[in-house]
Ligand binder design. Sequence first.
Ligand code: PRP
Length: 195
Amino acid sequence: MNNHKYNLKTDIDRKIYTEEEIQARVKRLAGEVDSYLEDKMSRQEIWKRPPIAVCILRGASVFMADLTRYMKVPIEYDFMSVSTYGDATEPGEVRVIKDLDRSINGRVVIVVEDIVDTGETLHHLLKGFEARNPREVKISALLDKSSRRKKNIDIDFKGFDLEEDLFLVGYGMDYAGKYRNLPFIGTLKKELTEQ
Ligand code: PRP
């Protein structure tokens, strides 16, 4: 019964982070976020107004699910969807497709991203958050691709530093909408991205 037609793994050229490496790192990261929140907020505060994890759709969805499930501190979920226009229109223009459902006024917010690349997306989002008077906004990103950074972003809870300028898929990241459901992160075979 294991005779499936599809095997996304065969499209991968190089594995960059294995499933085991990712899970181990995300688990430790969850511990770091828990410790931070427990230091920052009293037990009563956490119960009354829990921190909010804001997932930036769609790439961060897998990381969000794992990170928050490894956490022990109660945390609410919210989701935002943005679209970035690189060179097609104004460089770095970011449009909000889906905004937060609830107010973040007075709340501790943990923004959850899969990757920070140019930093344009987070730069824009953080500016928007400031006006909503959160108690504090912290950033957790699985990958920091600093070689392409245009805007300065402080990542508070970081998974991995990606030194090389690689196009990655898996663990939430896509190529043409696919490969998000791979449990590891890798690069695609060259022939698949050359059209
Ligand atoms: C990716 C990623 C970040 C953003 C980072 O999203 O999830 O949100 O790009 O890039 P930046 O630092 O250069 O702004 P993408 O636009 O690929 O959408 P997706 O999450 O729906 O795949």
